[in-house]
Design a protein around this ligand. Structure first.
Ligand code: C2G
Length: 135
């Protein structure tokens, strides 16, 4: 049986921190499935729409060589359903979520990776908005 790894994320303004997280996640198994958060979910939970739409974000993620399947994460409360539906053996997330998904360790292995330091979508947006002036 192939080992399936699942990870969730927004992946807005795709950057090297995202790439490294997906690479590490893929190395944990044979198949990597990515739940990309819906635009509506970002508006309701973070109070702002992503720069790129969910279709654009999904198109980028699906094109990556280490990604086998993508789906839209419509609700933060459906994680268990998504894990079961996609047959996840492992749930992999960055350690900004450390401990937050331990409740799913009854149905899969839960792994947290260290975030890549000094890069985030928010900082990229702020950098561009400032006209590229370093802080
Ligand atoms: N990441 C990372 N290093 C960074 C930035 C992000 O390792 N410098 C990781 C995050 O820890 C996450 C993934 O990249 O595992 C995607 O990051 P985001 O797009 O910021 O995802 P997020 O909005 O945290 O996910 O159910 C969770 C939601 O989908 C939200």
């Amino acid at each position: 049986m192939p080992k399936t790894v699942l990870t969730f994320g927004t992946y807005d303004v795709f950057h090297v921190g995202h790439l490294r997280l997906l690479r590490r996640a893929a190395e944990l198994g044979d198949r990597l499935v990515v739940g990309v958060s819906a635009d509506a979910l970002n508006v309701s939970k973070k109070g702002r729409a992503p720069v790129f739409t969910q279709d654009e974000r999904m198109e980028i993620i699906a094109a990556l060589e280490m990604v086998d399947d993508v789906f839209v994460e419509e609700s933060l409360d459906l994680k268990r359903d998504y894990l079961v539906e996609h047959g996840a053996d492992v749930l992999a997330m960055g350690d900004d979520w450390e401990g937050r998904f331990d409740e799913f360790s009854d149905i899969c292995e839960v792994v947290y990776f260290p975030r890549t330091p000094s890069v985030s979508t928010t900082e990229v947006i702020e950098h561009i908005a400032s006209g590229g002036v370093s802080p």
